[in-house]
Design a protein around this ligand. Structure first.
Ligand SMILES: [Zn+2]
Length: 406
């Protein structure tokens, strides 16, 4: 590992540039950059190289770089001792690695032995995840990138993305999206390394709508077509909504609403959503929608229930108030992040009252028992002679429930 690398935040001014501005210097010093290059190993190192022409021997040089809208960083000064080629190998760490997929801007600074300095023009590169050999498939507005699986795998991602657009547009009058990159990894850990975030293990996909980039982990196996049909349209719907509303208005929407819309865009959904809902209703542990305004549960079981609930709740709103009503609700939340009261002006009801209407329309008192009956292993019950006993217990339970509900 090269020892001569170090980092300093640019609060420490470039010593090389203390005396004279770059423009003045260029005119006086006859130094110019001839070639330049940057390469990198994602999340490990950056390599910068440049050659210069100069009428005087070069003494030293360094590189200044920064991610767009972030603080400048500079490498340690490298002694050139008259050499015209500057090579810098910069080790990245948590504090210095650019964010994945960000634009990085950099330039070279060199000085002659008698103190004349030269600053090159600024260059830039896109900091992609180059740990894998990506295959790509493009069909505007989509670019699919995947590293594991054959051509048909990429085709099915693309097809699901297109269907996701159509399905989202059935729900909301949104324009077709502008460019979206779908980057498909094999394992969640690969995505997590990119995101460097905790708490996403239960959330198969992650989209950065602002970058128009969707990260997914879908291994190409016998289950992949279902996972593609679930994850891809869901994330496409998020990005479409973001692109239509802009960052501020999108940021104002409650999570139950954005996740509810995205969940309804899925071509294939969690097959046990209905059962989860009925059991939660029957057991009186439905999650209050008001608790899903700003956060979603982090545990797998509760996250699953939360998705089932918001999908059903938003589906109910769509059925009840139509595309226009749902669109108006989005507008109301865009302008007023009062999760409880924003719907009042529109529907004459607050969130809690809408939730009660959804519950009344969706669940009947018997629905949880129906689920329980369907889930019992009837064959073994009949064979084992437990049938009569089970029936007796169920009858008692139903009678008790009937008394309670009066
Ligand atoms: Zn989502």
């Amino acid at each position: 590992m090269p020892k001569n690398l170090a980092l300093r935040w640019t609060g420490l001014l470039l010593l090389l540039l203390n005396f004279v501005s770059a423009h003045q210097t260029r005119a006086q010093s006859f130094i110019q950059i001839v070639t330049h290059n940057v390469s990198y190993v994602f999340n490990e190192r950056l390599y910068f190289e440049a050659t210069f022409e100069s009428d005087k021997p070069l003494a030293a040089g360094r590189v200044v770089f920064h991610q767009e809208r972030a603080s400048k960083l500079e490498t340690e000064r490298i002694e050139l001792n008259g050499n015209s080629k500057l090579s810098i190998d910069f080790e990245l760490d948590v504090g210095t690695a650019p964010e994945a997929f960000s634009k990085v801007i950099y330039w070279f600074v060199v000085a002659t032995q008698d103190g004349l300095a030269y600053e090159s023009p600024a260059y830039e590169f896109l900091y992609e995840d180059n740990r894998f050999e990506w295959q790509t498939l493009e069909a505007s507005p989509f670019q699919v990138r995947w590293h594991s699986g054959g051509g048909s795998f990429g085709e099915s991602i693309l097809s699901a993305a297109k269907k996701g657009v159509a399905r989202t547009q059935q729900w909301l009058p949104l324009a077709a999206p502008s460019q979206i990159i779908l980057q498909v990894y094999e394992y969640p850990s690969d995505v997590q390394e990119v995101l460097q975030l905790a708490g996403y293990s239960w959330l198969g996909g992650h989209s950065d709508p602002a970058l128009g980039r969707i990260l997914l982990s879908i291994p190409p196996n016998s289950q992949s077509s279902l996972e593609i049909e679930r994850q891809v349209p869901h994330e496409v719907a998020h990005v479409m909504l973001f692109q239509a509303l802009g960052p501020e208005a999108y940021g104002n929407l409650p999570i139950w609403l954005t996740e509810g819309i995205a969940s309804n865009a899925e071509l294939y959904s969690d097959p046990v959503r209905g059962q989860l809902l009925n059991l939660a209703y029957g057991g009186n542990h439905l999650l209050p929608i008001a608790g899903l305004c700003e956060v979603f549960p982090q545990t797998t079981a509760n996250a699953r229930l939360a998705y089932a609930e918001v999908a059903s709740f938003v589906d109910y709103l769509h059925e009840e108030y139509g595309v226009v009503g749902l669109g108006a609700l989005i507008d109301a939340y865009s302008e007023n992040f009062d999760c409880l009261n924003a719907p009042r002006a529109l529907f004459g009801m607050d969130l809690g009252e809408l939730e009660q209407d959804w519950i009344s329309a969706t669940f009947s008192p018997s629905s949880s028992w129906q689920t329980l009956l369907e889930s019992l292993p009837w064959q073994s019950i009949l064979v084992s002679g437990l049938f009569v006993g089970t029936l007796f217990l169920l009858q008692r339970a139903l009678a008790k429930r009937g008394t309670e509900s009066k």
